[in-house]
Design a binder for this molecule. Structure first.
Ligand SMILES: Nc1ncnc2c1ncn2[C@@H]1O[C@H](COP(=O)(O)OP(=O)(O)OP(=O)(O)O)[C@@H](O)[C@H]1O
Ligand SMILES: [Mg+2]
Length: 325
């Protein structure tokens, strides 16, 4: 039914905690085409990781993906997959890497064995063949002496090397989708760019589509073809990178762009660029969630939540200012 590789329709995710129901993701819709790089950006707590985990069906108690949500992969709703189909999807058709490779890797198993396991879990290949492929992958992700790395444990490697191992595991079965949730945040600045380049290079070679999650607009500018901007559990603007950067439509996107680190500012000035705090997701406001921080709030913004408006072929934004033009 779908022409897109992945199509997310009205995704809503809540966490039931003592204080009430945290509405982490409040009805988002977006799609991903084969081979493209989509960045999801937004401040801490806006729902980026919950969105990523939903696609991998990694939302567990006290979290729930609410009825009416759909995540279509090649037209099939992931939310209806049984355990068997899900096991094929995860790590086979779709892989995820997180910020902290050390907690994602098994500390008691050599990195080679972990790559082999992922290969053999998804494909019927001999041990010897899986071993060859694993070493080939270690080479491909830029690790020197791959035979030696194969026999090492995660703690014997540096943070950057561990993230390369995670990337090797992620690409082991030539997935159609890679979800990278802040893949470079825990790394030194010099290593960050190398890891981003590696993800970009492998994705291009393999034709893998990437959902890159980050709060760093600088990274986004360098790699993303399309961008979705999230605020308080909703997408407030999305579109091709040029539209987002040069025809910015939402006041929140403007502020995010203004906060991109600049060489002529010191770090204290950068940090003050986004004033105020996002709203409480247990009792989200009836109107626009951004209105308490927006410099151009109108009366209607307090009362009603703005709808997504189509501004171009892929460009859309939800802001009442756009209705006035
Ligand atoms: N296990 C959980 N229990 C309760 N609330 C949760 C849980 N996981 C996430 N949330 C809430 O859901 C909201 C979205 O969280 P999410 O982790 O998606 O944010 P994020 O955009 O990834 O932020 P960051 O940039 O800090 O990683 C937050 O308000 C968070 O407190
Ligand atoms: Mg996160």
């Amino acid at each position: 039914m779908s022409e897109h590789l992945l199509e997310i329709e009205n995704l809503r995710v809540s966490y039931r905690i003592y204080a009430g129901e945290v509405q982490s993701v409040r009805g988002i819709s977006f799609c991903l085409d084969a081979g493209e790089i989509l960045a999801i950006v937004g401040e801490s707590g806006c729902g980026k990781s919950v969105t990523a985990k939903s696609i991998m069906r990694l939302i567990h108690e006290p979290g729930t993906i609410l009825p009416g949500s759909h995540i279509y992969y090649k037209g099939e709703d992931i939310l209806t997959f049984d355990e068997r189909r899900l096991a094929m999807f995860r790590g086979g058709e779709c892989s995820i890497i997180f910020q902290d490779a050390l907690t994602s890797l098994n500390p008691t198993m050599t990195v080679g064995k972990q790559i082999m396991e992922n290969i053999r879990h998804h494909r019927n290949v001999s041990k010897a063949r899986a071993r060859e492929e694993a070493i080939e992958l270690l080479k491909k992700v830029g690790l020197s002496e791959p035979e030696r790395r194969f026999r090492q444990y995660p703690h014997e490697l540096s943070g950057g090397m561990r993230q390369r191992v995670m990337i090797a595991i992620a690409f082991a079965n030539r997935p159609k989708i890679l979800i990278a949730d802040e893949p470079t945040t825990a790394l030194d600045v010099t290593i960050q760019a190398q890891i981003m380049d590696l993800i970009k290079k492998l994705a291009r070679e393999e034709g893998t589509a990437v959902i890159l999650i980050t709060h760093d607009m600088g990274v986004v500018a360098n790699v993303a073809e399309r961008i979705a901007v999230m605020y308080a559990g909703k997408i407030v603007e999305q579109g091709d990178a040029d539209s987002i950067f040069y025809q910015t439509a939402h006041p929140y996107t403007e502020i995010l762009l203004a906060a991109v680190p600049r060489l002529d500012l010191n770090s204290e000035e950068e940090l003050t660029a986004i004033r105020g705090t996002p709203p409480d997701l247990i009792n989200p406001p009836a109107g626009c969630a951004f209105c308490t921080r927006c410099g151009r709030t109108m009366e209607v913004c307090l009362r009603e939540a703005p709808e997504m408006l189509r501004l171009g072929e892929t460009h859309q934004a939800a802001c009442f200012l756009l209705n006035m033009e």
